[in-house]
Design a protein around this ligand. Structure first.
Ligand code: ADP
Ligand code: MG
Length: 243
């Protein structure tokens, strides 16, 4: 059964787009058909992180408003078989998009893809309502700071209200020495204060920052600890959600 995963966060800059790209690439490397959809309508980043910025002609808005069929907005990643993306359109007024539009889009994408990963805007406003409309489960990406955790919890609560039953947590940009020194909350504390289940931890690593700048998903480099980590997160999600 195909799955739609929403990637959300309270605070901006926690790593949603980086995570969406690499989760999608990891599933595709495992042989699944994957599309990552940029639903961060305000700030378009996904195409850059995939190095596909010159290929975006049609976007989500064009598809849901009937300007073009889905296949025209699908951009294939030439490096990884089975990986596709759909871009967003920051310059448009999204006032006429409804959650139903997005729900229908997700249903249609499920006919062609095993995984649909929705990169959403930060926060709990209308953008989240739209982005979450077709989601089977959500992955909330947070950094290990109290402010980010509180905002992640607010997103979690809003997702419950919006009817997203399963929510998972990914802790990103972790600096182990800071945690060990007690400058940031420890894992035990984080797990106890958050309701969403912790399914992944990603360390702060300059190489991740470099990879997003170069438009090359970090998991393309096989055998690195980051690539293995992403593979483990995929496996854990398959274990939790089934396939
Ligand atoms: N684990 C990490 N280590 C180092 N830099 C990271 C990590 N995760 C994300 N970044 C960097 O943080 C910035 C914000 O990430 P991004 O995915 O754009 O966040 P969001 O989509 O949540 O706004 C980017 O420059 C990205 O390269
Ligand atoms: Mg983003």
């Amino acid at each position: 059964m195909s799955k739609v995963y929403l990637v959300a966060s309270g605070k901006g800059g926690t790593g949603k787009t980086m995570f969406s790209v690499n989760l999608g690439a990891s599933y595709a490397q495992k042989g699944y058909r994957v599309v990552v959809v940029d639903m961060d309508m305000g700030l378009r980043n996904l195409d850059l992180y995939l190095g596909l910025e010159n290929n975006v002609v049609f976007d989500v808005y064009d598809v849901v408003t009937g300007v073009c069929p889905i296949r025209q907005a699908l951009i294939r990643d030439r490096r990884i078989d089975g990986l596709y993306m759909i871009g967003s359109s920051p310059e448009r007024d999204k006032g006429d998009l409804t959650p139903l539009h997005i729900q229908v889009l997700c249903e249609k994408l499920k006919e062609q893809f095993d995984y649909i990963i929705i990169d959403s805007p930060s926060g709990i406003d209308d953008g989240l309502v739209l982005a979450s409309a077709g989601a089977d489960a959500a992955i909330i990406v947070t950094t290990p700071e109290y402010a980010a955790l509180r905002d992640a919890d607010a997103v979690d609560r809003e997702l419950v209200r919006l009817g997203v039953k399963k929510r998972y947590l990914v802790l990103n940009k972790l600096i182990a020495e800071m945690m060990n020194s007690g400058y940031i909350p420890r894992l035990r504390v984080i797990s106890s204060i958050m309701r969403a289940k912790l399914i992944g931890i990603i360390q702060f690593d300059m190489n991740i920052n470099i990879s997003t700048n170069l438009g090359q998903p970090i998991v393309l480099k096989k055998g690195t600890y980051i690539q293995q980590n992403f593979e483990n997160i995929c496996d854990r999600l398959i274990e939790e959600e089934g396939r």
